[in-house]
Design a protein around this ligand. Structure first.
Ligand code: NAP
Length: 276
């Protein structure tokens, strides 16, 4: 029997609808400042999608587009202004930045209460300590998918492949917060397949196309594929979907799995940041 294919587009739609309903009830709408530096076409497309979906949810679009040669000092000053601007309730600095800029210093400058990407050191610390704060969008989108499909997390063996600040690490912490037993794998893990084979919930964010194949998956496991790769055969993930779907109990496709959740969770964070 084939796995249940987790429909990220549908779950994301329902998150967006709920956000729009709550935004409509606020006295003043949230305002999201997306900050795009330069003209990288992929970044421009991501930002366009974020702005469009925010506007559709009733969030004010307070976008800033800066030239690719903007200095660290000027960009820092823009972030300071956005931090001080009461109309701006959320700030998103689109990554990657041009090479002459220091992304860690710039992200660290964002007011953590407006940090809708959940990437500042203070947001990371709040997550690590389990206190209130804005959580990174992609890993919280994964938790939302698990909840939408009523996947039991408490007590489950959860394996996360990848330990980036953007996905793997916060993913592991979010699963721990939900009382899973969490293993984190990375490029030095000795026997990746053996570790993955223990997982009731396997979340793969390695950035390696089709790294995980059916023989590394425990029968009936829930497999969440965060990877996105443009290949000659179209978009592919970090999991070999066609074989994995015959072993897993539930699995996300690429596209249409985790991808749509990231912007939906950005809207959710933008709403949360606007509520004291
Ligand atoms: P990243 O910063 O490159 O991190 C990749 C992680 O995977 C690292 O921790 C690395 O280990 C580990 N890794 C690499 N090769 C491995 C291997 N052969 N076996 C085990 N672990 C391995 O990537 P990222 O930003 O976390 O993104 C991961 C993937 O998710 C990418 O495909 C990216 O495009 C995608 N992504 C999708 C979304 C979305 O919205 N759907 C959002 C963000 C990212 P080391 O630490 O040891 O180097």
């Amino acid at each position: 029997m084939g796995a249940t294919v987790i429909d990220g587009r549908e779950v994301a739609r329902s998150v967006r609808e709920r956000v729009a309903e709550e935004v409509a009830r606020l006295a003043a709408p949230p305002g999201l400042a997306t900050v795009l530096v330069g003209d990288d076409p992929a970044s421009a497309l991501y930002v366009r999608n974020k702005r469009k979906q925010c506007t559709q949810a009733g969030i004010r679009d307070l976008h800033q587009h800066l030239p690719g040669d903007v200095s660290q000092e000027s960009l820092s000053a823009v972030i300071d202004e956005l931090n001080a601007d009461h109309d701006v309730t959320g700030i998103l600095l689109q990554l990657p930045l041009p090479r002459h800029l220091d992304p860690a210093a710039l992200i660290g400058r964002i007011d953590p209460d407006k940090d809708v990407d959940g990437l500042t050191p203070i947001s990371a610390g709040r997550l690590a300590q389990g206190t209130n704060g804005l959580r990174p969008c992609t890993p919280s989108g994964v938790i939302e998918l698990l909840d939408a499909y009523q996947v039991p997390v408490e007590g489950a063996e959860a394996v996360v492949v990848g330990r980036s600040e953007l996905v793997g690490k916060p993913q592991a912490q979010l699963l721990l917060e939900r009382n899973a037993t969490v293993t984190i794998c990375h490029s030095r893990t000795r026997d990746l397949d053996a570790a993955c084979g223990r997982a009731d919930i396997l979340i793969v964010a390695a950035g390696v196309p089709e790294l995980i194949r059916a023989d590394a998956i425990k029968p009936g496991a829930t497999v969440i594929d965060v990877g996105i790769h443009r290949t000659d055969d179209g978009l592919r993930g970090d999991v070999h979907f066609e074989t994995a779907r015959h072993v897993a109990g539930a699995i996300t496709p690429v596209p249409g799995g985790v991808g749509p959740m990231t912007i939906a969770m950005l809207l959710r964070n933008t709403l949360a940041a606007a509520q004291p």
